[in-house]
Design a protein around this ligand. Structure first.
Ligand code: G6P
Ligand code: MG
Length: 215
């Protein structure tokens, strides 16, 4: 395939905010006294805030009113924001900036495709916004991954055909969203988790464009 654009998930790909989401949800789950593990947390990756809460409640076997759900999601977000406000450009994962520079040097378009409504704030804190030609976040889409909307909209705004886009994702739902958009997907992280991806790399450290094995 000819790569004309690369679309990046944010949490767990550009920055390690997946850990902050986990810690914030853990504060909420601790109140109910059930163990919310990192293994459980994999199910929440790439999923919207409200859908994450639904999964958390299901794991804990907890029932709450819809008003309480809104309140709990807001509380989780406040805890999460405390972590985000501490972020600096040093929190960008190793090799990410070099890889994005390499794409620019090769005239490959770049886009962000994240379910997060806090993406703008995270990009601002880490000074990463200028690396992306388009930014599609949770405020712009109505359907969540594995629906392809977030990546399809990114490709549309970049005016690049879906089949010429490669997505970088750390979450199962995100890999599925890329494939549902008819795009190739590079998994970032463990092959045990992103096993449906077309190729998997542990991260961007030492990753070069020419190394990408996708057909
Ligand atoms: C990303 C993360 C999810 C998170 C979602 C919404 O996709 O992987 O874990 O739930 O964004 O984030 P938000 O910042 O809007 O709560
Ligand atoms: Mg992610």
């Amino acid at each position: 395939m000819t790569i004309l654009a690369c679309l990046f998930d944010l949490d767990g790909v550009i920055v390690d905010t997946a850990r902050f989401h986990y810690l914030a949800w853990k504060v909420i789950s601790n109140r109910w006294g059930f163990e919310f593990t990192e293994h459980h947390n994999e199910r929440l990756k790439g999923i919207s805030r409200m859908d994450s809460l639904e999964i958390l409640l299901e794991i804990g076997g907890i029932t709450v009113t819809s008003k309480d759900k809104t309140q709990l999601a807001n509380e989780k977000n406040q805890i999460y924001l405390e972590y985000i406000m501490q972020m600096t450009p040093e929190d960008v994962l190793p090799g990410v900036r070099n890889f994005l520079h390499e794409l620019r040097n090769n005239f490959i378009k770049t886009g962000l495709g994240s379910a997060s409504k806090n993406a703008g704030l995270i990009l601002e804190r880490t000074e990463m916004a200028s690396f992306f030609d388009v930014i599609v976040d949770g405020n712009l889409v109505t359907k969540v991954k594995p629906d392809p909307e977030v990546f399809a909209l990114g490709a549309k705004l970049l005016r690049i055909n879906n089949k010429n886009c490669v997505v970088f994702e750390d979450a199962v739902a995100g890999v599925q969203a890329a494939h549902n958009a008819g795009m190739k997907c590079i998994g970032i992280g463990s092959p045990l988790i992103v096993r449906e991806a077309d190729a998997v790399y542990p991260g961007f450290d030492n990753l070069r464009l020419k190394d990408l094995c996708i057909n």
